[in-house]
Design a protein around this ligand. Structure first.
Ligand SMILES: *Cc1c(COP(=O)(O)O)cnc(C)c1O
Length: 352
């Protein structure tokens, strides 16, 4: 059956949704600032709330300028189209979102060639792999232009020194560097550094406001002034320029003020889940920032998901790296307890 693996199998109301940190709903306080936001026409550059958000993120990232976009997918696409022309190439991890989960947008819409590089279990590639992938100046090959890194990769933090080393060598090889930091705030909070610590050698960066930060939508691309100038035109081409979008940008500003430090709660809850679930016979578990990857013997997968669903808990599907369980703003201690209880009762043999 064709179907998205993260579709919920819960019948009736979902009381705890662990499928992704994208499922959060704006809190009452966030809705209030959205309703009262001062707005204008952002296509004219006249929305004060959008301008404030862009200025804030430019300063947080240590870049000249920033641009508000509807989604991180679009921010990545705009970045690639800023850096690469037709027949030119970007390199990225083979499982990175930009290559794997964006419907081939850069190729379909920009004629840009993708060069996926296999990464290790922590989501890392090596300098040698990049060097081996960059093409010689030969008319047979596409022109290698851009290295796309990601942080976190499936919850795994790419440490500052790794990002620095790869980005510095990419520059030496003549590449531009883009970081898909959809979850960069998770990496920063887990590493007890500011997000700018990861960006010294990164030319453009995407941040997502609708993952752990809990805004209903929105993302930011930050880069130098010339890149953002091009990005404004490309965003328009892609249909991503919006009007009184300050109502939504206000949610992003609110999230930056109130939902960054609390990511440590998601990380602590993931660690607790991992240790409790991992202590059940037949279950292995590993935590990475706000995510837990769980595995159980093949014959239990379907029945376990169905059992858990009967407690009103939504889980995603099993993937190569196991079942991904994601902690976020709408997951409290009660939800964690409920999930542990559902797993425990299943493996204690109360398999209804
Ligand atoms: C979710 C995600 C995106 C896309 O975010 P949207 O705002 O949903 O388009 C991009 N990159 C990574 C690494 C992500 O996890």
């Amino acid at each position: 059956m064709a179907g998205y693996e993260e579709m919920s199998v819960v019948r009736g109301e979902i009381v705890a949704d662990f499928r992704s940190d994208t499922v959060t709903r704006a809190t009452p306080a966030m809705r209030e600032v959205m309703a009262s936001a001062v707005v204008g026409d952002d296509v004219y550059g006249e929305d004060p709330t959008v301008n404030e958000l862009q200025d804030r993120v430019a300063s947080l990232t240590g870049k000249d300028a920033a641009l508000y976009l509807p989604s991180a997918t679009q921010a990545n696409l705009v970045a690639i189209l800023c850096h690469c022309g037709r027949g030119e190439e970007y390199l990225s991890g083979a499982n990175y979102h930009v290559f794997h989960d964006e419907a081939g947008g850069a190729s379909a819409l920009g004629g840009v060639v993708a060069c996926p590089i296999p990464v290790d279990d922590e989501g890392a590639m090596t300098e040698e792999q990049i060097r081996a992938s960059v093409k010689a100046d030969d008319p047979h090959y596409p022109i290698s232009r851009l290295l796309c890194l990601e942080n976190t990769v499936s919850g795994s933090v790419q440490p500052v020194h790794r990002i620095d080393t790869l980005a510095i060598s990419a520059h030496e090889m003549g590449l531009v560097t883009h970081l898909d930091g959809a979850r960069l705030f998770n990496a920063a909070v887990a590493s007890a550094v500011e997000i700018s610590a990861f960006l010294d050698h990164i030319d453009s960066v995407t941040l997502c406001l609708s993952k752990g930060l809990g805004a209903p939508m929105g993302a930011i691309l930050a880069a130098d002034q010339a890149t953002i100038g091009r990005a404004i035109r490309i965003r328009k081409m892609l249909g991503g320029a919006q009007r009184q979008i300050g109502h939504v940008a206000a949610a992003g500003l609110y999230a930056l003020d109130h939902h960054v430090d609390r990511l440590s709660i998601d990380h602590a809850q993931a660690a607790r889940l991992s240790s409790e679930l991992g202590s059940i016979d037949l279950v292995t578990a590993r935590a990475a920032t706000n995510m837990v990857f769980v595995d159980v013997p093949l014959e239990h997968r379907k029945a376990l998901r169905a059992h858990v669903a009967r407690s009103g808990i939504a889980l995603g599907g099993f993937r190569a790296e196991g079942l991904r369980i994601v902690c976020h703003l709408d997951i409290d201690k009660g939800a964690i307890d409920r999930l542990i209880e559902a797993f425990t009762s299943y493996f204690e043999g109360e398999r209804d």
